[in-house]
Design a protein around this ligand. Structure first.
Ligand SMILES: Nc1ncnc2c1ncn2[C@@H]1O[C@H](COP(=O)(O)OP(=O)(O)OP(=O)(O)O)[C@@H](O)[C@H]1O
Ligand SMILES: [Mg+2]
Length: 430
């Protein structure tokens, strides 16, 4: 429309170089160079003078401008009206639309599960109500699809309330502990939503909920550290899990110092075994915990088979039977709301561990008491044997602390240093 007006005005005035433009101050205008400004007709109203040109408006251009600008408002109003109309129309049939959408979504889910079950050789699990879970040659439906160089190794999952209620899984990093536990959880979900599952055969007792504590995350924006998040999740599980739940705990207590972490891990195992009795898979690198099998008849140790080839280790992926300073972990656990009994037990264990030794290298030799409070039997060096122990108890240190460095001359300082060195040499037998 603007270009038609420009063409018309060019023809009417004979000003072939006339241009149409727009700015926020004057709206639409015609621009004519100074050399031609003499030729503009009388009805042109000058609005602005530039270095090379004059800008004009005309009554017709103003009318055009009003039309254009009001058109935008009209567009918005029309759009709104149409949208309202659409909403009102849909409102009349909203129930049908929602039901159709829901049905299509359900069909989509069921169709996809059926298709994947058919293509990937899933089986139909038998649902039983005896509290037992027996999965033979189960696979992780996602990992088995992602593996490129390896074949997925199937594993059995046996859980019940008799002798396999709590599976304590130890084994090297990368062995497949986490995969195994997540596999158990995902197979249970699939079975309970009515899907076929990737296994050779399976009979499954439904669980009331699946509780998991896996991976590491933090929520620093709300002031929660990685360990705080971990403890809050454990607290929630201990608070809410029941006899009929499936509990998956992956490396509880790894986010803090060894003693704090180990103490919390053991206290959590004990709490579940004594008070919750839920079916539990518990992976840990605290190998000391395997001796709990002696104290709890329903706790069984499992590990992931590996084969040593010289210095290399081959992961067989088969689950088999067998088996610093304060970090204030317990304090954080308390803040997170862990049950008092667990905290108290953790404190007792921690105290014993700390009394016995600060030498973490001997940790694997430790035997941790199960039911009783006497926790650690171990042969470790006393702290005073360590270089650090010597340093802070040696008489040289006392002498050093008595020296008033600021009031000494350089030669006095040098002499003192020589004297202390001699004393240290004698004390250290050098
Ligand atoms: N059954 C399996 N068959 C084939 N590959 C597997 C199997 N289980 C695990 N893997 C492979 O091994 C990798 C490591 O497994 P996973 O993370 O479960 O080990 P992990 O024992 O939990 O190690 P970490 O102690 O370090 O947490 C997986 O990402 C997967 O690729
Ligand atoms: Mg893991």
């Amino acid at each position: 429309m603007a270009s038609k007006m420009e063409a018309d005005i060019k023809e009417a005035t004979g000003l072939s170089k006339i241009k149409t433009g727009y700015n926020k101050v004057f709206g639409y205008y015609f621009e004519v160079s100074h050399s031609k400004s003499e030729q503009v007709p009388d009805y042109f109203i000058r609005k602005q003078t530039l270095a090379n040109a004059e800008r004009y408006i005309t009554p017709e251009l103003k009318e055009f401008e009003i039309k254009i600008l009001s058109a935008k408002d009209k567009i918005i109003a029309l759009e709104h009206e149409l949208y309202q109309q659409l909403r009102n129309d849909i409102k009349l049939v909203i129930k049908d639309v929602q039901e159709t959408a829901r049905a299509l979504a359900e069909l989509d889910v069921l169709g996809s599960l059926a298709l994947v079950g058919y293509e990937e050789n899933y089986i139909c699990p038998t649902i039983v109500m005896n509290g037992q879970i027996n999965i033979r040659d189960g696979r992780h439906p996602v990992i088995e699809k992602f593996l490129k160089r390896e074949v997925f190794v199937p594993n059995d999952i046996v859980l019940n309330h008799d002798d396999e209620e709590f599976l304590l899984i130890t084994g090297p990093n990368m062995a497949g502990k986490s995969t195994y536990m997540r596999q158990a959880a995902i197979l249970m979900i699939m079975a309970q939503i009515g899907s076929f599952i990737p296994a050779r055969e399976a009979s499954i007792s439904p669980v009331d909920r699946i509780f998991t504590r896996v991976g590491a995350s933090d929520d620093i924006s709300t002031g929660q550290s990685t360990f705080m998040v971990e403890m809050k999740e454990v607290a929630y599980i201990l608070e809410n899990a029941t006899h009929n739940s499936l509990i998956i705990l992956d490396e509880i207590g790894r986010g803090t110092s060894t003693f704090d972490g180990l103490s919390i891990a053991q206290a959590v195992v004990e709490h579940i075994c004594k008070h919750i009795h839920g079916k539990t898979l518990f992976a840990t690198h605290y190998h000391e915990l395997i001796c709990l099998e002696e104290s709890y008849s329903k706790l069984k140790n499992y590990t992931v088979a590996v084969k040593e080839k010289g210095k290399d280790v081959a992961f067989l992926r088969r689950i088999i039977r067998g088996g610093a300073d304060r970090s204030y972990g317990i304090h954080v656990a308390r803040l997170a709301g862990l049950p008092n009994s667990v905290l108290k037990r953790a404190e007792v264990i921690l105290e014993s561990l700390e009394d016995q030794s600060h030498d973490t290298s001997d940790l694997n030799n430790r035997v941790i008491g199960g039911q009783s409070n006497n926790v650690v039997k171990t042969t470790t060096k006393q702290a005073s044997d360590s270089p650090l122990g010597n340093l802070f108890t040696h008489s040289v240190v006392d002498s050093l602390l008595e020296v008033d460095v600021m009031s000494m001359t350089p030669i006095e300082a040098l002499n003192k240093l020589y004297e202390l060195q001699e004393e240290a040499r004698k004390g250290g037998g050098k």
